[in-house]
Design a binder for this molecule. Sequence first.
Ligand code: OGA
Ligand code: MN
Length: 283
Amino acid sequence: MEISHLSDSLGAEVSGVNLATVDAVEAELIKKIFHQHQILLFRNQEISIVEHINFSKYFGPLEVHISKDSLHKNHEEILLVSNVKENGKYIGVENAGDSWHSDLSYMPKPSLGSLLYALEVSEIGGDTEWLSMYDAYDTLPEDTKNRIHGLKARHSFNRYKNKRIGVPKQRQQGGRERYEKISPPDVFHPVVRTHPETGKKALYISPRFTIGILDGSDDEGQDLLDELIEHSIQRKFIYHHEWRVGDLIMWDNRCTLHLACRGIPEGQIRHMHRTTISGDIPV
Ligand code: OGA
Ligand code: MN
């Protein structure tokens, strides 16, 4: 296995590994590298759905996503991140990740990590970015660190409750009713969490799912949340990825945020499979 850095802040490309045939010993090594670099890129992978699922399971049990209408028909562990349409309807989540977020942070036990595998990519657009929430935390002014110590934030899947991101005009499949129906109850997580493996502190908020901070004031800390979001989303913390067919990227949802950059022209296809690893209650 060879490792090269993807950006100054986070990420590594791992070459010399075939994800279809990884054994438990190799998986342990990959886990160590994963904890060091937060996101890992494996290029030129040719893996079946079952191989994708089996590789993912080395890192923990898998989640079945709450977007039931976007799951693979025969493998519920696979979320389709795709703009393919069948009978006029998207077969998967077309708008996945269009604001900075950490997967499943709206759940009592958010996801540990996700593995996204590119089967078809658009010629233009469709890039993804990741940023390090370790770096976002570490670079906060000392007084802000003291101020947010012990605070909790409210996370919600329902984007209609989120003033920060709004709702794009062309909402796919269902709109408000769909969100009301499938959104779990809001949850509260620490604003700063300690990574269970590395022991490092990371900011744990996002514009997509965090809708308030409980700082004891009436406005639920909206100004503080704005400040933390603005501080987190800085170019120097970001890795920008242009996908190729056969790329698999796994990322750590406990210490990173990610964003779908979009910009795919009408008629171009981007088709990906995602697995989602279950995680712990953030502390
Ligand atoms: C995801 C996600 C972003 C993208 O799959 O969790 O946010 O660019 N994807 O597809
Ligand atoms: Mn995501």
